[in-house]
Write a protein that binds this ligand. Structure first.
Ligand SMILES: Cc1cc2nc3c(=O)[nH]c(=O)nc-3n(C[C@H](O)[C@H](O)[C@H](O)COP(=O)(O)OP(=O)(O)OC[C@H]3O[C@@H](n4cnc5c(N)ncnc54)[C@H](O)[C@@H]3O)c2cc1C
Ligand SMILES: Cc1cc2nc3c(=O)[nH]c(=O)nc-3n(C[C@H](O)[C@H](O)[C@H](O)COP(=O)(O)O)c2cc1C
Length: 753
């Protein structure tokens, strides 16, 4: 077998070691354009968990690597004159040069042919090789030359960073946040060998510009950094080594292999340095590729396909976490300006959403107890309700106040259409659906989207609140919730707009009825599904008056039924949302064009409803913070939308996304909508609810403690498990009072296996 590696970094060298062990007679050549000891960067860092993989793959190099390690458990966060310390994290660091030397020596020992100072320009010379590794790093020539085959995507991020070193030994993995006249600087510092630390400095593009520093002027950089951080490194020296100011590229590729060639390491994917080293990913690629080749040495294209299939999901998951972490460092100013130091620290530690409140509790229970105590104190102040301080409850079991309504905890059952009403009148199904979730422990249960008129319904099965009998039916549900649980109950008020007059969800989502369609209307005469949906009529001012008055009538009825809170549905492309998004609003009058114009009618409805809704009761609005489509609402505009709603006395925004246009391209994932709630909460300074793939109590506690939202809204999790909140309480050893008829459960131990 003949194998060539273009590039002698961690990916190329480590694969060569593993392959030579598996196929001792293979001819393996590594081409490296640099000299053996000619490296950039300072230290590499690994988490304890990573090292287990390397021990299994090659004991010899693992021993040499771990023998050179500097190990530490602590993270120090220096922020506004304080140092917060958290322990139990388990990292090791070593010099990149030391690491490469170990891998080069091991290659030589096994008989790999190492050719330094040899630059490879293309793949043709390797046509008759069995396997060619394109392990040529972030600026991969192979990837770019064969771009049509690999489909690379390079996203250069706006922040600037520079890789420096220092002869100061940081006692822990250290983050420093420091402000000067140019802006806020972030330092990622860690020891990698006796007497030396890596010192990565990062800032926004604006701060970099204001500093007057030049990308390539290493001496000026060193002088600037030395002066600014002299005290933090106790007068030690800042060191350079090709220390240019870079922009981090997020690299992904549509395909990882072509004929006998395969991309590996930084050449095919990058993960921001704030989450862990690219070195780890590169070496794990080597392990996965070696295993795939071992399984089918006679069919290399099949091995390469198997390698990509096995490795891609893991890499993508790490890249998602890395992106979330990278975004935290792009937006650090927001957290720095708005969060108290203790919460800032928690937000930083949980930034990638991979380390949760529970993980952190295992690593450092004292730190998490201090966060929980602080959070409980904040909740007590905010709600005016006593909260036990010692031990404090988990964040999710703290109270929250909106006007006179005090929620017992932070869990909300999301509005979910049941399509089971008749003529808008709900029945026993709705009583049990909502009632059981209230008994199940949520602090707030929401009705499904409840329509303000007959023609405002999505389907003939949608619930309404526009007739006298509707009030009585809802009264029964409200009474049950109030009499049998501590939950509060809210009603989501809506008009379906252009998404109205369609079949029940299980008969065909968004499909018009086979017969009996009613006329629909919207901001503009655009059908939801081109060629399928009815074309809505463009609303006239008279239509707007009627819709506004219907909202007012329904709000009055909701008050009569006894609801604690109402939520206006300004999301998901329904009638009021169709005014907000430029994709669905093409009006030329005062209600179209600028955001001020597009918000005019929704705000008019909010004002009118606010007038009749009791002063002591809050109003929420659900918005789509992005349309996930070009030219639509985006995160930035959603901040302005929320600010306008706040100026019109809205109490809380329920931050959802999308469903505005059928051609949207949403990026789903765990907590995928939370960053929008986080941004609005801090930039607008108003309470938010987050919804969307929030499913574990760890997520809820992490979101709350980090200040990403005030309430967590769960939809499908509640369909699956009406007692979700009770189960979360049990898992956390937190005693939730049971309703009297269930009191015998106090001594009962549930078993699920
Ligand atoms: C400036 C900088 C500093 C860094 N410092 C650190 C650090 O301190 N710690 C850390 O963990 N990570 C660091 N990284 C990231 C880390 O280097 C990579 O994630 C990791 O090395 C990826 O391994 P790799 O083998 O895929 O690529 P690389 O390590 O980049 O190796 C690729 C190799 O291919 C060689 N090469 C490229 N083109 C050719 C060619 N045409 N012919 C022959 N040879 C070629 C290059 O010289 C290089 O040695 C740094 C990255 C940069 C850009
Ligand atoms: C069956 C079902 C019905 C829904 N009906 C509504 C609704 O009436 N109003 C609304 O704003 N969102 C509705 N949604 C969206 C949910 O409220 C929620 O935003 C979405 O499911 C994401 O949350 P999850 O990941 O916790 O399920 C519905 C979702 C489901 C699964």
């Amino acid at each position: 077998m003949r194998i060539a590696s273009i590039g002698g970094g961690p990916a190329g060298l480590y694969f060569s070691i593993l392959a030579k062990k598996m196929f001792p007679r293979a001819e393996i050549t590594v081409y490296e354009r640099n000299k053996p000891d000619d490296t950039f960067g300072f230290g590499v860092v690994f988490s304890d968990a990573t090292m287990g993989n390397f021990a299994q793959a090659d004991r010899e190099s693992h021993q040499a690597i771990t023998g050179s390690f500097a190990h530490w458990d602590d993270i120090d966060i220096q922020f506004k004159g304080r140092t917060l310390n958290s322990t139990g994290h388990g990292f090791s660091g070593m010099s990149r040069q030391g690491m490469l030397t170990i891998l080069q020596d091991r290659c030589a020992q096994l008989g790999v042919d190492l050719r330094f100072q040899t630059e490879v320009k293309d793949l043709e010379q390797f046509d008759d090789y069995d396997l060619v590794l394109a392990a040529d790093g972030v600026n991969s020539v192979v990837r770019e030359k064969y771009a049509a085959q690999f489909g690379p995507h390079l996203d250069f991020r706006p922040n600037r960073f520079v890789w420096l070193g220092t002869d100061y030994e940081f006692p822990a993995f250290t983050f420093i946040f420091k402000e000067n006249e140019h802006g806020l600087w972030r330092v990622h510092g860690y020891r990698y060998m006796a007497g030396y630390s890596t010192f990565i400095l990062e800032c926004t593009a604006e701060t970099f510009k204001r500093s007057g520093l030049k990308v390539e002027d290493e001496n000026a950089t060193v002088a600037y950094v030395q002066e600014l951080f002299n005290d933090d490194i106790k007068g030690h020296k800042i060191l350079k080594n090709r220390s240019l100011w870079r922009q981090f590229p997020i690299i992904t590729c549509d395909k990882w292999h072509y004929k006998n060639a395969v991309l590996m390491g930084d050449a095919v994917h990058t993960a921001h340095f704030s989450i862990g080293s690219g070195t780890k990913l590169a070496m794990e690629d080597s392990i996965a590729l070696a295993e795939a080749v071992k399984r089918s040495p006679d069919d290399i294209p099949a091995a390469l396909a198997a390698y990509e299939a096995a490795r891609r999901p893991m890499v993508e998951s790490i890249q998602r976490a890395a992106r979330t972490s990278l975004e935290w460092f792009e937006q650090t100013e927001r957290y720095y300006d708005h969060l108290e130091p203790i919460q800032f620290g928690f937000s930083l530690l949980t930034r990638s959403l991979r380390i949760s409140h529970s993980n952190l509790k295992l690593r450092d229970p004292k730190y998490v107890a201090s966060i929980d105590r602080w959070f409980a104190g904040q909740a007590a102040n905010q709600s005016g309700v006593n909260v036990q301080a010692d031990p404090p409850p988990p964040p999710m079991f703290t109270p929250f106040r909106l006007r006179d309504m005090v929620l017992a905890n932070r869990v909300v059952m999301s509005p979910m259409c049941q399509y089971s009403a008749k003529d808008g009148t709900i029945n026993d199904w709705h009583l049990v659906h909502i009632g059981s979730r209230a008994v199940g422990g949520a602090g707030l249960v929401m009705t499904e989207m409840t329509d303000i008129s007959e023609e405002a319904r999505i389907t003939p099965g949608c619930a309404g609140i526009y007739k006298k009998e509707h009030v009585a039916a809802w009264q029964r549900v409200v009474r049950f919730v109030h009499e049998n649980s501590y939950a509060k109950i809210g009603m989501q008020l809506a008009h379906a707009g252009r998404k109205g007059s369609t079949k029940l969800a299980w008969q065909g989502v968004d499909r018009p009825l086979d017969s009996g369609n009613w006329p629909i209307m919207a901001a503009s005469p655009l059908p939801y599904l081109e060629g399928v949906s009815q074309i809505p009529r463009e609303m006239t001012r008279k239509d707007m008056d009627k819709v506004r008055d219907d909202f007012v009538r329904s709000a009055t009825m909701a008050e009569e039924a006894g609801f604690d809170v109402i939520e206006l549905h300004l999301a998901h492309g329904y009638l009021l949302a169709s005014f907000i998004s430029p994709l669905t609003n093409q009006r030329k009058d005062d209600y179209g064009g600028s955001l001020e114009n597009r918000m005019r009618f929704p705000l008019e409805v909010l004002d009118a409803v606010r007038k009749v809704w009791p002063k002591g009761k809050p109003i929420s609005a659900r918005i789509s913070a992005t349309d996930w489509a070009e030219g639509g609402v985006d995160a930035e505009e959603s901040v302005r939308i929320a600010a306008m709603l706040k100026a019109h006395d809205l109490d809380i925004v329920d931050v959802s996304t999308g469903q505005t246009v059928a051609y949207e391209k949403p990026v789903f994932g765990r907590l995928f909508q939370t960053p929008y709630a986080d941004r609005i909460r801090l930039e607008v300074g108003m309470p938010t609810m987050t919804v969307g793939a929030v499913s574990s109590y760890e997520d809820v506690n992490s979101i709350l403690a980090a200040g990403r939202a005030d309430l967590c809204v769960l939809a499908r999790a509640h369909l699956y498990d009406p007692y979700w909140t009770r189960h979360a309480a049990y898992e956390q050893g937190y005693a939730l009072p049971w309703p009297d008829p269930y009191a015998s459960l106090v001594r009962y131990t549930p078993r699920h296996k």
